[in-house]
Design a binder for this molecule. Structure first.
Ligand code: HEM
Length: 190
């Protein structure tokens, strides 16, 4: 296997781990919105932390590293092609946001829900709201739409900024819809 193919293989492994991890987090978070049971709530927070640490982070590090070396191997500029800037720009945004706002919140949620569960507390709206603030919901529901835009950049390779920015605007609209409807749908189905 030559160097380029090895990088491409690593890139595909990386975004498979990352994508799979983000979808798994979506399911565990959905369970947290759906349940009325404190133990289940704590358990879903535990799975969210597991999926982030064991799938999303290794996937992100792999896709980011191989992506960097793919750009160099292909001899393309990091700043000229809208699709390349779209890939590393959105990736950096997601990586920083994921390891700051999101990580601080899901670690806090894990700690608080575990303590509340061990204390035998019942699941109140207060515990729920503290666990998933509006900011946390926005950054959480942003993950999958933004990753989809990155995949669009890597596969369709839009050569105009208008196309990349339009894709980002569509992703932001979908994120708004997820923030508005997913917690409500989950609660309705609970
Ligand atoms: C969430 C992060 C990322 C995802 C989901 C992702 C996804 C993809 C996908 C689906 C492809 C197309 C693969 C194919 O043609 O078979 C691709 C190609 C590519 N990606 Fe990424 N990528 C990510 C991050 C990055 C980063 C951070 C960079 C650069 C620093 C990068 C650089 C590239 C390059 C240069 C290609 C073209 C490879 C080629 O022509 O063979 N990617 N990526």
């Amino acid at each position: 296997m030559d160097y380029y193919t090895l990088l491409k293989f690593g890139h595909i492994i990386g975004f498979t781990l990352l994508g799979g991890g983000l979808l798994a987090v979506f399911v565990s978070e959905f369970q947290a919105y759906r349940t009325n049971d404190m133990k289940e709530f704590a358990e879903s927070s535990r799975y969210t932390a597991i999926f982030y640490d064991y799938l999303v982070i290794p996937g992100a590090l792999t896709v980011g590293t191989t992506g960097f070396f793919l750009v160099r191997e292909l001899g393309i500029s990091f700043f000229e092609e809208p699709w390349v800037v779209g890939m590393w720009g959105l990736f950096l945004f997601e990586f920083i946001e994921g390891n700051t706002i999101t990580r601080i919140q899901f670690r806090k949620t894990l700690r608080n829900s575990r303590n509340a569960s061990e204390a035998g507390n019942i699941l109140t709206e207060e515990i729920r709201e503290d666990a998933r603030s509006l900011l946390n919901q926005i950054v959480h529901f942003l993950d999958i739409p933004i990753t989809t835009v990155i995949i669009y950049c890597g596969t369709v390779r839009p050569d105009s900024w208008v196309h990349v920015l339009t894709a980002i605007v569509i992703a932001l609209c979908i994120t708004a819809l997820l923030v508005i409807f997913v917690p409500r749908l989950a609660r309705k189905g609970g």
